[in-house]
Design a protein around this ligand. Structure first.
Ligand SMILES: Cc1ncc(COP(=O)(O)O)c(C=O)c1O
Length: 400
């Protein structure tokens, strides 16, 4: 018998090497208690959270929690079924209505995760004769949607408008095309030049999907995302998003004005062949989304935090994923895996949680610590974090 697990031996050895060198397991962190959107207890120690995507700090909002409790008590703990059978409760429809209000679109479809939204939507929409054109740094859920559908996939260089145009110009004019973009790219925290990219896509007759997972709530006058901030409201065919970041719970969605959009409820396998979200989850999502529409103060405070952390880390001598503060993600670039893990481990020792990322999640040869800011971070917390970045950065030789 061939042990099918043998293929994982290199990863097992790599992980063991880290543990033998005295580092923590990067995928073994347990939040023993969560004290607020910005603080948890890890290994018995209060720790500042700087890597959660809880951009708008909605997880402890009293109205959001009340909505979840009410739905739990009224509808029970789960739906036991697919959205297409017994799994659509009043709160699922209400969450879709909240999304339509938020994005000012005619249609909204809620999936059980953002991963499933991309997986299901891309694989269902793009037929076997169609083309899907995507940025090389696209999220795994977008790639998996392409692979699931076994579609013609054309990739262009990251955020490169000329390369997108070159690729589109070589495709047959009479075939269906979907260009897939992200408002914010989550590894480096850079934003896409959507105005130029959407113009090129339209020139070649392609439909456009923009994944706004990392921008909902704090870009544009209504917090809709990078596309709104760049003046493209009403010009994007499909917006994908998630409840797992600014909304503060779990779930995914697609919104659109396409008149035939709702037929996808009968065509998306990742929507049809899985149980729907628990009523408490969709009720918290609906309340959170409606509050995000008016969260102007939070938005402003989040951007102040972003600018402060980005500016301070730059002054300290760190190399960041972007020269200017572009998003809620600030990536600290490091030399190699050893330095990244050592610094991540040191930061946890000091009481700060950030994400450590490496290929294949990052572009080849890129190792980084990814910080994500929250509207609820205080200036005092950020000053503590900066002090610890200095200590850890000097300890591993990332700064002098
Ligand atoms: C760009 C992007 N799209 C989709 C997802 C998936 O979202 P979810 O966590 O809801 O599955 C993520 C999450 O990391 C993401 O970064």
């Amino acid at each position: 018998m061939i042990d099918l697990f043998d293929k994982f031996d290199p990863i097992i050895a790599e992980k063991q090497g880290l543990l033998d060198a005295g580092f923590r397991d990067p995928i073994g962190i347990v939040m023993e208690k969560v004290l607020s959107p910005t603080e948890a207890v890890i290994k018995g120690k209060p720790t500042i959270l700087l890597g959660t995507y809880n951009y708008m700090g909605m997880t402890f909002d009293p109205d959001v929690i009340d909505a979840g409790k009410r739905a739990l008590e009224t509808y029970g703990s789960g739906t036991n079924g697919s959205r297409c059978l017994n799994g659509t409760f009043a709160d699922h429809v209400d969450a879709e209505n909240a999304l339509k209000e938020f994005y000012d679109t005619k249609h909204a479809m809620v999936f059980s995760t953002g991963y499933q939204a991309n997986l299901g939507f891309v694989s269902a929409l793009v037929g076997k004769d169609d083309y899907v054109i995507l940025d090389i740094d696209s999220h795994a859920s977008i790639y998996d949607g392409c692979f699931l559908g076994q579609r013609h996939v054309v990739r262009f260089r990251h955020n490169n408008v000329e390369h997108l145009e070159l690729k589109l110009s070589k495709l047959p004019a009479d075939k269906g095309k979907l260009v897939v973009l992200e408002g914010v790219y989550s590894m480096l925290g850079d934003i896409a030049p959507l105005v130029e990219m959407v113009a090129v896509a339209k020139k070649y007759g392609a439909m456009v999907l923009v994944d706004e997972a990392h921008s909902m709530g704090f870009y544009g006058p209504n917090g809709r995302g990078v596309y709104e901030a760049q003046g493209l409201d009403g010009q994007i065919d499909f917006i994908v998003g998630t409840f797992s970041k600014s909304v503060g719970t779990v779930g995914g969605f697609v919104v659109s004005n396409h008149p035939k959009f709702d037929i996808l409820r009968f065509a998306c396998r990742a929507y049809m062949f899985t149980a729907s979200l628990p009523p408490s989850v969709v009720a918290t999502a609906a309340t959170s989304i409606r509050k995000l529409m008016h969260a102007h103060n939070k938005r402003q405070h989040l951007w102040e935090n972003i600018r402060y952390l980005h500016g301070s880390l730059t002054k300290m001598g760190f190399t960041l994923g972007t020269k200017e503060p572009e998003s809620g993600i600030i990536s600290v670039m490091l030399a190699d895996q050893g330095q990244a893990i050592a610094m991540w481990d040191k930061m946890i020792d000091l009481g700060v949680y950030v994400n450590v990322a490496r290929p294949p999640a990052t572009p080849p040869g890129t190792f980084l610590l990814r910080c994500s800011l929250c509207a609820e971070h205080t200036r005092e917390q950020l000053d503590i974090v900066l002090g610890h970045f200095g200590t850890a950065g000097r300890a591993v030789g990332a700064i002098s």
